[in-house]
Design a protein around this ligand. Sequence first.
Ligand code: KG4
Ligand code: ZN
Length: 348
Amino acid sequence: MLVLGIESSCDETGVALYSTEHGLIGNQLHTQMAMHAEYGGVVPELASRDHIRRLVPLTQACLHEAGKNYADIDAVAYTQGPGLGGALLAGCAYANALAFSLGKPVIPVHHLEGHLLSPLLAEEKPDFPFVALLVSGGHTQFMAVRGIGDYELLGESVDDAAGEAFDKTAKLLGLPYPGGAKLSELAKLGRPDAFTFPRPMLHSRDLQMSFSGLKTAVLTAVQNVRAEHGGSLPDAIRNDICRAFQDAVVDVLLAKSRQALLHTGYRTLVVAGGVGANWKLRAELAALQVRPTPKAKPEAVRTYFPPLPLCTDNGAMIAFAGAMHLQQAQPAAGFNVRPRWPLAEIVR
Ligand code: KG4
Ligand code: ZN
């Protein structure tokens, strides 16, 4: 079976083909980053219009890449939510129209389910059950994943998502949008412990997290530096701040990952979402160990990351999640999108 996947929840248009026999055979992406950069953030209306422009050519390129025709498609999966309403509608309307014209069914997919299954597209795949750490621009959540469609929310950020904190902090440090990845590159140049930022909710004994206070701490530090340097923020000090900020976020995610593994008893951790591209987080989590009691021997954890291009939004994860839910394929008829849609609500 051949599933076409359409992703359009935010500022990336993704179109991919997943074959249940041969795996991922086509994967095309257009990022709107440059278009939104001049506004310092995603402009929803521009995003919707750009998705409309890109969907047809990307589908054609994807079919070409895979050596397939429209007639070969068995079902069309698309991101139904959560995301920007207009952007979702562009992909949803296109997916439904295409499926209708081909006489094929559609499969609505939850964007976060796409992210959390994306590590299964890697060559080395995790076995169920596992703890999934979803760290994207909109969500920071721990999920217990027992099988396809069997997910339990263990804890999440009570305010900003980790990626959002990266982006907002980058913005207040004067870095161009989207600053998360840039901030993490500059952190490599920063000195250790030049600044220390709080680790919110580190000892809360649950799996809740909070990242909005951290951004405020950075703002205060920046204001102090500017006051001392005649209004400017020297590059070297900015890099120190980047490092201290990243260290704080990674420390919290590390401690909570350990806690989630101890809580579930699982020893497999899967990291998904854009922040999963962060080099420091990857390095720390790859070496993660847990100790069930203070005196117990440390136990190894198997950590899996999606391939870097599949960490951020893409059509491949939607095609794959769709293929995993082929039995839920439905005729393309009236459709809707779900801009706000808790993952815990998906009943398979
Ligand atoms: O999963 P994603 O592509 O989109 C959402 O579903 O939100 O994640 C995007 C987020 C952005 O906040 C971006 O700044 C962050 O992932 N991100 C990073 C890195 N690369 C992307 N954050 C930290 N370090 C990175 N290297
Ligand atoms: Zn995403």
